[in-house]
Design a protein around this ligand. Sequence first.
Ligand SMILES: *Cc1c(COP(=O)(O)O)cnc(C)c1O
Length: 427
Amino acid sequence: MKKDFSRATLCVQGGWTPKNGEPRVLPIYQSTTFKYDTSEQMAKLFDLEESGYFYTRLQNPTNDAVASKIAALEGGVGAMLTSSGQAANFYAIFNICEAGDHFVCSSTIYGGTYNLFGVTLKKLGVECTFVNPDDSEEEISKAFRPNTKALFGETISNPSIDVLDIEKFARIAHKHGVPLIVDNTFATPINCRPFEWGADIVTHSTTKYMDGHATCVGGAIVDSGNFDWEAHADKFPGLTLPDESYHGLTYTKAFGKMAYITKATAQLMRDLGSIQSPQNAFLLNLGLETLHLRVPRHCQNAQKVAEYLEANKKVAWVNYCGLKSSKYYDLAQKYLPNGSCGVIAFGLKGKREDAIKFMDSLKLACIVTHVADARTCVLHPASHTHRQLTDEQLIEAGVAPDLIRLSVGIEDVNDIIADIEQALSKI
Ligand SMILES: *Cc1c(COP(=O)(O)O)cnc(C)c1O
């Protein structure tokens, strides 16, 4: 599949090109293991001397096809699927950080990632400093230390819908000799390709728009191949020094631009094993086939709903970067000119009980712990996804205690607005 096909074509046909007589549709290789004629052939695979399949924890043809579709969509050199978005973000950091290391992260990120980075990674000896992404380059630079190994942010933050100044973040990261890792879950490569703005690694919770139908939890890491690990060899010994578990092979020497993603697969996935099942990869692929059709519809619907909410007297505030009133409107125009995402954050006038009454009165939009699928849904982060955070941490994470997160689906927008209207009339 040619890399220069448009994203729409890659969505439909990327990753799997059947040969003569092979299935037109990507098959599910529902097999843990793969057969070889000689033990020598198998041994070469174990030594990473040859590429091939031997055990699904390391690689599986269905997963690889879907990973290469995602890599092509992002414009990267390689990708790896993971069992969840959480696993993707964990591996993305852990692939270059070990005990004693440090990284810097935007404070306005998904609550699960905030916990992973701030609490769980700390227990493994990896420290994270959270910074306000809207601060100046000088201010953010103050968080860097000699042992800092990465900078991390979300293209569009979940749930606050802030837009990341990717070029600014890339400049800061590169000035300090570390890669920029961007979680591109909400924007998807249909609306933004962070590599084009200087990001080095992209992660995804494929659970959201990529799957798009709320059927499978999954994640992905994509490598741009652009970061020069050798130029900062002392910072990244895991990539630039021999790996004894592969007879002293050095990833940067053996795999060049594929060093980072190969290490993530051959070492982290081998040892930690958070693989996506081939069944789920198959379903993810079905979702990806229509990503380029669904994403614009989500954005069009969300724009109309955001405008409706903004004009409503019962609504205290609306944060949607497609609105001119948004603090992030200009950044959205720059990085997301074709639309941002289907998720809107807003608050109602009145008390917390009014927000709950409103949500309970919705009929078409359901209360679910999910976002970014075909069906309109709604959530109150302070009492659901982010309930483990203190009020102080909530505000630091850009989540106002009254924030309602509305994930606008691809139904008829008039029906969605009518549902919101009848629920607002109850308060
Ligand atoms: C949901 C989400 C995650 C976590 O992904 P899971 O697939 O639920 O593990 C990470 N980042 C962002 C931006 C998300 O929205």
